[in-house]
Design a protein around this ligand. Sequence first.
Ligand code: ATR
Length: 275
Amino acid sequence: MDRYALIGHPVAHSKSPAIHAAFAAQTGQAMSYERILAPLDGFVDTVRAFINEGGRGMNVTVPFKLEAFALADQLSPRARAAGAVNTLSFGADGIHGDNTDGVGLVRDLVANLDCPLAGRRVLLLGAGGAARGALQPLLDAGPARLHLANRTAAKARELAAHFTQLAGSVAFSAGGFDDIGSDPFDVVINATSASLSAAAPDIPASVYAPGALAYDMMYGIEPTAFLRAALAAGAARTADGVGMLVEQAAESFLIWRGVRPDTAPVLTPLRTPPV
Ligand code: ATR
C-alpha cells in the first residue's frame, strides 16, 4: 500500500489524516496517511527516513514549510511564488515540492462559498508566510483590485514588490492598516496570525462593502476574533479556514493520485457553523 504522511511539529490534532482517509475511501485508492512528529532540528532526516521506507509523499505543516522548499529538487511555479512547500512527492527523479495552500483558499472561496473573485475588490491582511502563499492564486483569480495590508507597512510593501509583475490587469497595492483608505472591499481575508492570540487586526470598520465576505485562514471550534469583529463592522457573511484546509488536501491528493476527490462530503461536517 502506498504510504503518505503529514510531517510537522506539532501534528497531534491535525485533521489531515482523517481528510485523506475519507478521500482514499471515496476514490478507492489503496493508500495510507499517517502523522509524523519530526524533531524541530530533524526535518530533513525524518523525510529521508520516510523515503527510505518507501514513502510516496508528504504534506508539510508548521514549522517546516521553508525547509521543505529548500529540500525539494524541483519546485512548481506556485511553490516558487509562495516561497514555501506544503506538498512533497517522492519519485525516481528526486523530491518534487508544490504548494496547494493558495489554490485551496481560492477554491474554497469560489467553489464552496460561492464568492467569485473575478472583477471583485479583495483586501488581504498580513505579510507573513500565509499571505505570501495566497498572493499568486488570488492575483490569478482576476480581481479588479487586490490590496495587501499589514500591521508593519514596510513588510507589506516589500512582499508586494515580488508580485507586481504577476498582477497583470489587477489594481495591486500594498501598505499599512492606516493606508487602507475608505473604499470598501467585497472580500476581506485574514492571513495574519492574530487569531492565534485571540486578537483581531486593527482595520477600519469601513472596509466591508454591502454583501462582503470576511474570511479567516485560521479555524477552530469558535469563530475567531477577526470574524466577530467583521460581523460587528457590517460584513454580510463569514467563513473560517477549514474549507481551505480540505481544499488544499484535495489538491495534494490530486498531485499524488491523479484523481480529484469530491470535497463536499468531507467538508460539510467540519464547517464551523456561521456566527
Ligand atoms: P504566518 O506564516 O502564519 O503568516 P508570520 O510569518 O509570523 O506567520 O506572520 C505573521 C503575520 O501576522 C504578520 O503579517 C504579522 O504582522 P507584522 O508583520 O506587523 O508583525 C501579523 N500579525 C500577528 N499578530 C497580529 C495582530 N495582533 N494584529 C495584526 N497583525 C498581526
